[in-house]
Design a protein around this ligand. Structure first.
Ligand SMILES: NC(=O)c1ccc[n+]([C@@H]2O[C@H](COP(=O)([O-])OP(=O)(O)OC[C@H]3O[C@@H](n4cnc5c(N)ncnc54)[C@H](O)[C@@H]3O)[C@@H](O)[C@H]2O)c1
Length: 330
């Protein structure tokens, strides 16, 4: 299968590209490098540009004729989305509408969408399935929620069939170290831990008053390689899982296990063999208590489940730091 990956020079898109290539598929990367890295394109065919550029999309679809699109391109920083909501709605919603129009015009009708578990409403026990309530709590999460509605309606009215994959919390790096997290100062929790550990600094647990077992936020940390392989399974099962009668599917992609931030600190200390200095702090704008999936839909429909542990993801993230310094210079 030939797969066009928007945002394929970013953390997750580049890992998906590696997983697709390892499984024998062809990839084409489309990225504007607003957050992605040229180094992450490696020797993969590249279209440099914006998903909102209709002419570029028309040319790209005519030239490469992909069988499917994996749509990872988005702005992803929650606090930034609180400050600049319009740029998030423009990039993540309006430009995705352009992408859909171009796909429809070109007759490209398989789409995997990078959705997010951040759209779930908080459940008393933090456990969610695809049928749980939704209550996006930031402009970023709202862009994912809005796009799911747009995609559902588009799938109902056109030949485009869609799987919205609701990612939980990807951490780690490609185990072969082809790519990993590119940002030097990531806003997500493991990135903050790594930064504190590297700089011999203090890690702030942002939010300690959540109604979780220890007050810190709870998340479902999934190894990014497992997440990438879920896309391969989704692509390979696309025509069995979606149909004209059932053109839109939502699937949670997580481990099924919830870890609190404080538990992740413990796992981090186990991985490094060193204590991590921590301090309790307030939650950040747009933060939520969190969730983990208890759905079996990914296993039932895609035959996919996670294989790698949280400990392995932490180790791979640490190993990636040296590679990143070598390859990206920071
Ligand atoms: N990282 C997470 O924790 C997480 C969790 C759930 C969902 N997601 C979703 O997964 C997807 C990938 O996230 P990531 O962590 O790899 O982020 P990332 O920032 O590393 O990758 C996004 C990529 O998209 C590109 N991009 C952004 N806007 C573009 C545009 N208009 N045209 C072309 N390229 C554009 C960026 O240059 C970047 O390479 C996003 O859609 C994100 O919302 C991420």
């Amino acid at each position: 299968m030939k797969v066009l990956i928007t945002g394929g020079a970013g953390f997750i898109g580049s890992t998906i590209a590696s997983a697709c290539l390892d499984a024998g598929h062809e990839v084409v990367i489309l990225d504007d490098f607003s957050a992605g890295r040229r180094e992450f394109v490696l020797d993969r065919p590249l279209v440099e540009g914006d998903i909102g550029d209709r002419e570029l999309l028309d040319r790209t679809f005519a030239e490469h004729k992909p069988d499917a699109v994996v749509h990872c391109a988005a702005k992803i920083i929650v606090p930034e989305s609180v400050e600049q909501p319009l740029s998030y709605y423009e990039n993540n919603v309006a430009k995705t509408v352009t992408l859909l129009q171009a796909m429809d015009a070109a007759g490209i009708n398989r789409l995997l969408f990078s959705s997010s578990a951040s759209i779930y409403a908080t459940e008393a026990n933090f456990q969610v399935t695809e049928d749980s309530g939704l209550a996006p709590n930031s402009p970023y999460a709202t862009t994912k929620y809005m796009m799911e509605i747009v995609l559902r309606d588009t799938a109902a009215a056109t030949d485009i069939r869609v799987m919205s994959l609701r990612y939980f919390n990807p951490i780690g790096a490609d185990p072969q170290m082809r790519t990993g997290l590119q940002i030097a100062k990531p806003t997500h929790v493991l990135g903050k831990m790594l930064e504190a550990w590297l700089n011999k600094d203090t890690f702030t647990v942002t939010g300690v008053d959540w109604p979780t077992r220890d007050g810190s936020g709870i998340r479902d940390y999934i190894h990014v390689w497992d997440l990438a392989k879920a896309h391969v399974a989704a692509l390979e099962n696309f025509d069995q899982v979606t149909s004209a009668e059932n053109p839109y599917q939502v699937i949670n992609i997580g481990t099924g296990k919830g870890s609190t931030v404080k538990e992740l600190v413990q796992a981090f200390e186990d991985a490094t063999g060193e204590p991590l200095r921590t301090v309790d702090g307030p939650s950040r704008p747009g933060d939520v208590a969190g969730a983990y999936t208890v759905s079996t839909r990914a296993k039932d429909l895609l035959g996919w489940q996670t294989e790698l542990t949280e400990a392995q993801a932490i180790k791979d993230a640490i190993q990636w730091l040296d590679i990143r310094r070598e390859r990206l210079g920071y």
